[in-house]
Design a protein around this ligand. Structure first.
Ligand code: AMP
Ligand code: MG
Length: 322
């Protein structure tokens, strides 16, 4: 029985997994009226809500504390104050229950959770607020094949949404607006498997100032930015010879992006795996799921030895469980 804790950014979650089965997945998100995340405020949120979320996760899984074998903690990468809040909570429980901690890289967990829906050796298109990466396992490590050279896709969408005054989070609202829009030319920037969004950002703002409709801009943003992501993902599939694509991150909730992934995969005889919304967004079930795999291969630490690693890269992770 593994209990997972997610704490890297805006979400605090607790999830419970036993033999690959998700028994509970409870989460709460720190939100702001305007502007982005204030790290110390988000950490404060995590501290305030931790015990409540923890108890709710145990309740939903119908288990007792003493049944837990280890705590999987998202110790990397993320915002230091948030990671610290999660670490302190995990240490408190680990000490009390006399159980070890399994440190889990958040990005790797987005990939590993693909296994819960049948993926075996996929390429991950990780499209979230702060992160945009194409990740896959190769030669003993999870490697970043491509990534954004400026901001994350979600932050890019949210920034545009703020510019046109439709609030946060912008993604779902832009998706709605896009339904009745038509295409206007956008800068398409992809270099190898890396993408960048700043050119589009400028263009979108200029066109908005010229009076182009929000619907047309939303549609064009989605078609253009998502095509770039799907092209990079396809290139990674071609390069690695893998035949499975998993999507992860909050932007992965977008139906048009999912559709494009599906079409691309069908075209090249690959399988597309789309986790449920609960597992796409930041969540603790994926941390517990990954933690269980790691635990079963012998990875565990005394609570005193665990550290946060705010800047750990996906390919810094030593993968001994594959
Ligand atoms: P995450 O960082 O993984 O929690 O994802 C948060 C990001 O996902 C925010 O930038 C949201 O705007 C974005 N998002 C959520 N739902 C959608 C959607 N339906 N379409 C596009 N972006 C979305
Ligand atoms: Mg995430």
């Amino acid at each position: 029985m593994i209990i997972g804790i997610e704490c890297t950014a805006h979400t605090f979650g607790v999830g419970i997994v036993n033999k690959g089965k998700i028994l509970s997945n409870i989460r709460d998100m720190y939100t702001t009226e305007s502007g982005g995340i204030v790290p110390v405020e988000s950490a404060k949120h995590h501290r305030e809500i931790a015990e409540k979320i923890y108890c709710a996760a145990l309740d939903e899984a119908r288990i007792e504390e003493k049944e837990i074998d280890a705590i999987a903690l998202s110790n990397a990468p993320g915002l230091s104050p948030c990671l610290l809040a999660g670490l302190e909570f995990a240490q408190l429980k680990a000490r009390k229950l006399e159980i070890p901690i399994v440190p889990v890289n958040h990005c790797v967990a987005h990939l590993e959770i693909g296994q819960s829906i049948g993926a075996k050796d996929p390429v991950l298109l990780y499209a979230s607020g702060a992160n945009t990466q194409i990740i896959a396992y190769a030669s003993g490590k999870y490697r970043v094949f491509g990534e954004t050279l400026d901001i994350g896709i979600g932050n890019f969408i949210d920034k545009f949404a703020r510019y046109i005054g439709i609030g946060f989070p912008g993604g779902p609202k832009i998706e709605e607006k896009a339904k009745t829009g038509k295409y206007v030319e956008m800068p398409y920037s992809i270099k190898g498997m890396d993408v960048s969004f700043s050119g589009m950002q400028t263009k979108l703002q200029q066109l908005r100032d010229k009076g182009i409709s929000i619907e047309d801009l939303s549609y064009s943003l989605q078609e253009n930015a998502f095509s770039m992501l799907v092209e990079a993902a396809e290139r990674a599939l071609a390069h690695t010879g893998k035949r499975e694509l998993v999507i992860g991150g909050g932007v992965g909730c977008n139906a048009r992006l999912q559709d494009m992934c599906k079409i691309m995969c069908e075209d090249r005889g690959a399988k597309f795996f789309c986790p449920s919304k609960q597992l796409l967004v930041d969540n603790a079930a994926m941390i517990a799921f990954t933690g269980e795999i790691m635990f079963n291969s012998g990875i565990r630490k005394n609570y005193k030895e665990v550290e946060i690693k705010p800047r750990e890269r996906t390919d810094d992770v030593e993968v001994i469980w594959k």
